[in-house]
Design a binder for this molecule. Structure first.
Ligand SMILES: Cc1cc2nc3c(=O)[nH]c(=O)nc-3n(C[C@H](O)[C@H](O)[C@H](O)COP(=O)(O)OP(=O)(O)OC[C@H]3O[C@@H](n4cnc5c(N)ncnc54)[C@H](O)[C@@H]3O)c2cc1C
Length: 395
């Protein structure tokens, strides 16, 4: 057994956080499929849904109590997001509010924590835009081209991001930019820095944000920086070490996104099994045919197995262990399990799977995203091959 995985880790196999799950179910019951369909038609933001979660304190669950949050472990957020998705809702509009503050909490200065965390916990301040991906460099993050150059009393930022979700619904953006040119650093992951960009005051003053219409209603955008002034005090942690800070937060993000995929999978399995039992064709329920019931049963088994990996990764994260492989495997397995469940549910619904009123096609499109963002399947496989299995680096 290697050092990373040695030592007992308690894995919760029951219905973790039952009160939180019940609370989430009660909130989600007020936001049925019709609500989400209407939003999609106008590509609008689920303001009321986000307000309800905020009021219940659920978006500040991981912020320590001393800053006004609930001070709960990652498993509480995982249960929240799983239930949201299992109820047919979508947390993509606000999930980042739960975990992005982790970069400030772990690496920010005492002043930054005092300044931002209480307002984030109370929902007065939205920190849910994450500017990493760029159009020309994609998954090759360390090659990103957005530059932040030191001036007298500020950094001057120029460059472009793409797929920056929720930027038009966020007060702050966590931005990853290069502060030292690539050809002047020893390691390509050096020389990148993280900044808190004040979106509202920057708009029109060097910051432009354009909506990017997409297959799912994710309120995602393209972001343009043209000599934007970012004050020195908005640098998080040390200059040049930003890539490490971002990597630090990624395990939490992977685990939470995997929890959403598990929730989607549960929704698909329940919907599919119910429809298969109720729909009668050739004088018997379609679910009486093994060709219909087996894909749903198999999807259920895959979701249960992926859920175990999510719980293992969560337990390791909470125990402070290095959980990169488990967090990545959780995301990989959950995204594929939810996709298979979505396929089974869609096929089971036949033509009605394509009717928007059943919500199956919406959830099917939504759950497809998890195989691409926040990291695509191939990049996870490359990580496991190289860093866990010791094979040569493939890129
Ligand atoms: C709806 C949506 C919301 C998003 N929200 C955000 C956000 O808020 N913030 C943010 O920063 N980003 C966001 N993203 C971006 C997302 O993280 C990226 O799309 C994702 O990481 C893949 O990067 P890419 O699109 O540049 O694909 P590319 O890097 O161009 O890759 C394209 C394909 O090639 C494969 N590939 C590339 N290189 C290799 C290799 N060496 N070996 C094998 N396969 C390879 C990839 O797996 C992928 O399938 C979002 C994306 C979407 C679609």
């Amino acid at each position: 057994m290697d050092e990373r995985t040695s030592g007992a880790v308690q894995i919760d196999l029951g219905e973790s956080y039952p009160e939180i799950r019940a609370l989430v179910r009660r909130i989600c019951a007020k936001f049925p499929g019709e609500y989400w369909r209407k939003l999609e038609e106008s590509q609008s933001y689920p303001t009321d849904f986000v307000a309800a979660l905020t009021e219940a304190g659920l978006l500040g669950s991981l912020i320590p109590e001393e800053y006004g949050g609930l001070g709960l472990p990652l498993g509480a957020a995982s249960a929240t997001l799983e239930e949201i998705h299992a109820a047919g809702c979508n947390a993509g509009a606000c999930h980042a509010q739960i975990y992005m503050m982790g970069t400030v909490l772990r690496h920010g200065s005492a002043e930054q924590k005092q300044k931002y965390l209480p307002d984030i916990a109370a929902g007065r301040l939205r920190l849910q835009a994450f500017g990493v991906t760029e159009p020309t460099t994609g998954s090759d993050t360390t090659k990103l081209k957005t530059r932040a150059e030191r001036r007298n009393d500020h950094y001057q930022v120029s460059g472009q991001k793409v797929w920056t979700s929720r930027a038009l619904h966020s007060d702050l953006m966590l931005l990853l930019a290069r502060t030292t040119p690539l050809d002047q650093v020893k390691k390509k992951s050096d020389g990148l820095s993280v900044f808190l960009v004040d979106v509202k005051t920057s708009l029109g003053n060097g910051l432009e944000i354009r909506p990017l219409p997409a297959m799912v209603n994710h309120n995602t955008t393209e972001v343009f920086f043209d000599s934007l002034r970012v004050p020195f005090e908005n640098l998080v942690g040390e200059e040049g070490k930003g890539f490490r800070y971002i990597l630090d937060s990624m395990n939490a993000e992977r685990i939470l996104v995997a929890s959403e995929a598990i929730g989607d999978g549960r929704w698909f399995v329940e919907k599919g099994a119910k429809y298969a039992t109720e729909r009668t064709v050739f004088d018997r329920p379609i679910g009486q045919n093994q060709g219909v019931q087996f894909p749903i049963a198999r999807a259920y088994a895959e979701i249960e197995a992926a859920s175990l990996m999510v719980r293992k990764a969560t337990a390791m994260f909470e125990a402070g262990k290095q959980c990169g492989p488990e967090a990545n495997m959780a995301k990989l397995l959950a995204s594929e399990a939810s996709w298979h469940a979505g396929e089974a549910a869609l096929q089971t619904h036949g033509g009605f799977g394509f009717a928007t009123e059943y919500d199956v096609e919406r959830k099917w499109r939504e759950t497809r995203l998890f195989q691409v963002a926040p990291i695509s399947t191939n990049l996870i496989l490359a990580y496991l091959a190289e860093h866990v299995l010791g094979m040569p680096r493939s890129y």
